[in-house]
Design a protein around this ligand. Structure first.
Ligand code: ASP
Length: 344
């Protein structure tokens, strides 16, 4: 096959943050630790067959994604913004543990996206015999420069492309580490890569804009049978706290005993925003369906609808940093900003 002329070749920027994909065993402790790598094609030679031009940007110190913070989301977004016009697509290599948080956070930061931003990683390091890194990287790269443009922040893992802010890591031991139960995959890689264009966001006509900054004065409370209201109250009284995601049961249900509701109501009266998301990975919060969620609605808890916890918490941090009016924040929180929830 004739090679495309250099200036016509599509361009991909790889951004390496760390994670299992680039880890190696410490000979002394046996624990996996991140190693530096300088270019991607050195390690994944197959990429050379893609007939593309590659750029590579590695974080100065690769990190395990458990150390990801909103500052890193800003750094990632800045790297993409600086290179946005020079590349056709972006592939971020990232640890799997917090990949869904990063994907959600970036999705909110980028407005007017017209190019793919594909985040991938692996369950086994690149150097291991049965590694899943190679196929994840190669397919993510193919998607990043595909004729079918996916103008979204996505996660590609184990043959599936998911909307980033709809994904969650659901297993630490199998190759299909991610799932998206409330939204269909945007593409599936079999013999061909089949794109699900009906479900993609459309290429934006808006100017590409990056919104920087997150307000981390938030908390996450997971309800369980027997939870002490003191625990909830103490969390809700944390100094500077502005908003809390409460992970409830089923379709948004929680205990109905008066002390529990009093503690929540008192936080709302103090101006703390409370959001209800479900502990279930699939389905939606439906406040008022059962008596056990009706009370939450009555005291002013906001429904997080069918958002993942990762999307719910990063969206809160994002809106707290960018919306000064709480009425506006409330309204925007319940609307789909980047396809993260089903508007019903
Ligand atoms: N601990 C690793 C990380 O998230 C796990 C992985 O990459 O799969 O950075």
């Amino acid at each position: 096959m004739a090679k495309t002329k250099k200036h016509e070749r599509k361009r991909i920027l790889f951004i390496y943050t760390g994670g299992t994909i680039g880890m190696r065993q410490d000979p002394k402790t046996g624990a996996l630790k991140p190693v530096d790598f300088n270019t991607i094609t050195e390690h994944v030679q197959e990429l050379k067959r893609l007939d593309c031009q590659f750029g590579f940007h590695a974080f100065p110190v690769p990190i395990d994604s458990s150390n990801v913070s909103p500052d890193l989301w800003d750094v990632l977004a800045r790297t993409i913004e600086k290179n946005y016009t020079s590349y056709d697509g972006f592939v971020i290599l990232h640890g799997t543990d917090t990949m869904a948080y990063t994907a959600s956070a970036l999705s909110f930061m980028f407005e007017g996206l017209s190019k793919p931003i594909i985040i991938t990683g692996s369950q086994l390091p690149l150097g291991k015999l049965r590694t899943d890194a190679r196929r994840n990287i190669v397919s993510a790269a193919e998607i990043a420069v595909s004729k079918t443009v996916v103008p979204e922040v996505c996660i590609y893992f184990n043959n599936q492309l998911f909307r980033g802010n709809r994904s969650e890591k659901h297993t630490s031991s199998k190759f299909d580490a991610f799932q998206s139960l409330n939204f269909p995959p945007l593409a599936e890689a079999g013999v061909d890569i089949e794109f699900n264009t009906d479900h993609m966001l459309s290429v934006s006509r808006k100017k590409f804009t990056v919104h920087y900054g997150f307000d981390t004065n938030v908390a996450l409370i997971k309800i369980y049978p027997g939870i002490h209201t003191d625990v909830i109250d103490t969390t809700l009284r944390t100094r500077g706290l502005k908003a809390v995601v409460i992970e409830t049961f089923g379709s948004g249900n929680a205990p109905t005993h008066p002390e529990f509701l009093r503690v929540l109501k008192s936080a709302i009266d103090r101006g703390v925003i409370l959001v209800n998301v479900s502990q279930c990975s699939g389905g939606s919060v439906d406040q008022g369906k059962y008596q056990t969620s009706y009370h939450l609605q009555k005291i002013g808890v906001i429904s997080g609808k069918d958002m993942t916890t990762e999307a719910a918490i990063t969206k809160l941090m994002f809106l707290l940093a960018h919306e000064k009016s709480s009425t506006m924040l409330n309204k925007k929180y319940q609307q789909s900003l980047r396809g993260e929830l089903t508007d019903i």
